[in-house]
Design a protein around this ligand. Structure first.
Ligand SMILES: [Zn+2]
Length: 389
């Protein structure tokens, strides 16, 4: 791959802003430099500087005469250029010059580009940009793009994967899963957390359909013209959640629903009974991991570890420990009742308080009362074996 400095002449902010087109709906800068420059090629992430801080910082740098840093273009086979690195900065000054946002001074006064005095406007427009033009094979350039991303905001992994496997499949998939104007996104938000534009939804959809082998899946489907399988699988998961759970709880967001779907979608559930159990477990103060309720119910209410049940406080546990240990010492047996009846070396071992846990699960399954008589201390191994944590 070849990279050469574009200096004859140096492009200025004004040159790049010539014919600048910004798509408000999709949140991206599209073209510049009199139509010769594609600002956001399909392997680039969406514009994320529009937060009144990072975009303003770009303008501040220009006004103060600070360098904007290196910008990389790729020369394409048709004689056009694509922005490889610098998209966020270019879109920021392009939008400012087009009066899309103001900079606010220390007195809270907004200053739009058109309101600046002539000197300031000139200073911005005449700023020369340090631009490298890269030429090479697609593979070389993409490999390189992966490594140049050292300054600014690091790409998240999915953004990198989108760059590496760019093509018709990524384009189609982004249209569905990275598009905040897709009405479905608001429905999916109940189950998926993260930023749509930073590919959190696409990442999840790919993770689910590929059982975690995202890169392999993207490589295999790279030249697919659509993303039907991905869409269908994702929709099946969402429909399944909607079908099993009548309503939505905050804790449902962010669970690995793809995995749960794989494990349980062929089980039959009574929808009303399921939701009654959800509500009952939410009401239960002993259940400290509300997020685990859904998997617990789907699995037939066996794996109590998921709920992190807590019935007794430390004071109760200590009192029971003291009593249990004194009695065990008298009989010369282990203070863990399960060790005491076993055949192993721990038969007569006296555990310290920190080596034991209260058996919350048994007490909880007997009604969950914080009655000291239901508290029993077990060694950590036996306690874990009983499904407590
Ligand atoms: Zn034990």
């Amino acid at each position: 791959m070849k990279a050469s400095l574009l200096h004859n002449p140096f492009l200025t902010v004004e040159d790049v802003c010539d014919g600048f087109v910004y798509n408000q709906l999709e949140g991206k800068g599209l073209f510049g430099w009199g139509g010769k420059l594609v600002i956001q090629p399909e392997y680039q992430r969406n514009y994320i500087y529009a937060d009144g801080k990072r975009d303003v910082a770009v303008i501040d740098s220009l006004l103060k005469g600070y360098p904007l840093g290196l910008i990389y273009f790729v020369k394409t086979s048709n004689g056009m250029y694509e922005v490889l690195d610098g998209q966020q900065r270019i879109t920021s000054f392009g939008r400012f010059v087009r009066n899309k946002f103001p900079v606010v001074d220390e007195n809270g006064m907004p200053h739009w580009f058109d309101d600046l005095n002539n000197d300031e406007r000139c200073k911005i427009l005449k700023t020369p940009l340090t631009i490298y033009v890269c030429e090479g094979s697609e593979t070389e350039i993409k490999e390189w793009f992966k490594t140049i991303n050292i300054a600014g905001i690091p790409l998240v992994e999915q953004e990198l994967l989108n760059a590496i496997y760019s093509g018709p499949f990524v384009t189609a998939a982004k249209e569905v899963f990275s598009n905040s104007s897709n009405a479905n996104v608001n429905v999916w938000r109940a189950y998926i957390n993260g930023d749509v534009r930073r590919q959190a939804f696409l990442e999840k959809a790919l993770k689910w359909v590929s059982r975690g082998n995202v890169a392999e899946y993207m490589g295999r489907h790279r030249f697919d013209k659509d993303c039907e399988e991905l869409k269908t699988y994702f929709t099946s998961v969402i429909d399944w959640i909607d079908g099993v759970f009548k309503d939505v709880k905050d804790e449902m967001c962010g669970l690995e629903w793809g995995e749960l779907y794989e494990r349980y979608h062929s089980c039959a559930y009574n929808v009303d009974a399921v939701w009654m159990r959800v509500e009952a477990l939410y009401e239960d103060d002993c259940v400290t991991a509300k997020k685990g309720i859904f998997e617990y119910i789907l699995g037939g209410e066996k794996d109590t570890k998921l709920l992190n049940v807590r019935v007794f406080d430390k004071k109760t546990a200590k009192a029971v420990y003291a009593k249990q240990t004194a009695a065990a010492q008298k009989k010369g047996i282990s203070n863990c009742p399960l060790c005491a009846v076993g055949h192993e070396a721990n038969k007569s071992r006296l555990w310290s308080f920190d080596e034991m846990d209260a058996d919350h699960v048994t007490a909880w399954s007997k009604g969950g009362a914080t009655d000291i008589r239901k508290c029993q201390m077990l060694c950590k191994t036996h306690n874990r074996a009983k499904g407590n944590r």
